[in-house]
Write a protein that binds this ligand. Structure first.
Ligand code: AGP
Length: 372
């Protein structure tokens, strides 16, 4: 009913708007002003976490994209090798698991059968399983060794939005916590990131306030057949997520690529007026990556692409090559997905609406997939 949607036209719009609160709730009570994390609910003893020699993330769909981003954070802050695998593929390839493996199963619903079967397989091999889940008392956390709840509140729309942002926050917390427990050389950086995270809710709020041009752009592209998404580093999974949103909501052909792969094939797809959304990494710090993506934008634009560039405020290098420029606040690289994903959600939702689609209940999809 309209009342349940608190005045929003759809649950999806409501849930997009709830993201600042959702990410704040996921952080609540887990970080303090001094930059220390306390995840008491993760009932895997610190001694066991110190022995972990491999992390394996399993998940499906949007939760899998959160896992892809988690890998960057986990490997950087803990120096523990991390693999990310589609839950539906995991147990069929005889994965290498033992008591020193930490499996992180990410699921909004906690009922996704593919993810459940992957974690059962992992536990049979002696691995410890930590669930990142949004639904209290659901099957996946019940069958795991420990759970970190995302506290996004109920997500009704089939397309995941606030659950994704809170999955990212939970993944960062797990990575930082592992780093803290193991005393990695990134100790100082961990304190800084914890402080950055504590301000992230306000940053997401600011992004939401600037979405009118994105909605307008989405409406102007509603007649298109294809949209491509490009990104590098953590921007690559963001591009995959942007494409998934457009497929499931707008029923359009959408694909996400690693920008560096363009020249290995996908650039052949570029034709006159093809919309290509590019997620640009911060020009600060990792400027090599930034420069490379700017030349990717130049290359596709020279071949006729209509470029939609998502770039940090103050990034002037992209301006000459952007047909449409979407500004996002400057954020540390690893946290950028928390802000860069938001315009892609708004874009897909608006485009789907302009095409006359039912955004909360896309055709052929169910909110949780309880069959393999
Ligand atoms: C997201 O928009 C999708 N509807 C879907 O990919 C979803 O993320 C996936 O099915 C996993 O669901 P879960 O998080 O409940 O396990």
């Amino acid at each position: 009913s309209a009342a349940e949607k608190s005045g929003y036209a759809s649950f999806m719009l409501k849930e997009i708007a709830e993201q600042p609160k959702a990410v704040a709730d996921t952080l609540l009570g887990r970080i303090d002003g001094s930059g220390t994390l306390s995840l008491d609910e993760v009932r895997i003893p610190a001694a066991v976490l110190r022995e972990v020699d491999k992390v394996v993330v399993v998940a499906c769909g949007t939760a899998f994209h959160a896992g892809l981003i988690a890998k960057y954070a986990i490997e950087h802050w803990t120096r523990i090798p991390c693999e990310v695998e589609l839950a539906s593929e995991f147990r069929y390839r005889d994965p290498i698991l033992d008591q020193q493996t930490l499996v992180v199963a990410i699921s909004q619903s906690g009922e996704t059968m593919d993810t459940l079967m992957a974690l059962r397989h992992a536990r049979e091999q002696g691995a410890r399983v930590l669930a990142i889940c949004n639904t209290n008392g659901s099957t996946i956390p019940r069958e795991s060794d420990a759970v970190l709840y995302t506290h996004a509140g109920p997500e009704v729309a089939v397309a995941s939005t606030k659950a994704f942002l809170t999955q990212l926050v939970a993944c960062y917390l797990v990575a930082l916590y592992l780093g803290q427990v193991r005393g990695t050389k990134y100790g100082d950086e961990i304190g800084d990131v914890v402080r950055d995270l504590s301000g992230i809710s306000g940053v997401v709020e600011r992004v939401l306030e600037t979405m009118d041009p994105v909605r307008e752009l989405a409406r102007s592209l509603a007649h298109k057949n294809t949209v491509l998404f490009l990104g590098r580093h953590v921007g690559h999974p963001v591009a995959l997520e942007g494409a998934l949103k457009l497929k499931e909501l707008a029923y359009m052909h959408a694909e996400g690529f690693a920008a560096g792969e363009l020249k290995h094939g996908p650039i052949a797809l570029i034709e006159e007026d093809l919309p290509v959304v590019v997620v640009v990494p911060s020009p600060r710090g990792r400027s090599v990556l930034h420069d490379k993506i700017v030349s990717n934008i130049q290359e596709i634009r020279a071949r006729g692409a209509r470029t939609v560039v998502i770039a940090e405020e103050g990034d002037e290098a992209v301006v000459p090559y952007a047909d449409h420029l979407v500004r996002i606040p400057a954020t540390p690289t690893l946290l950028q997905p928390l802000v860069a994903t938001v315009p892609l959600q708004v874009f897909a939702c608006e485009l789907a609406t302009a095409r006359g689609n039912e955004v909360d209940q896309p055709r052929n999809l169910a909110k949780s997939v309880t069959v393999e």
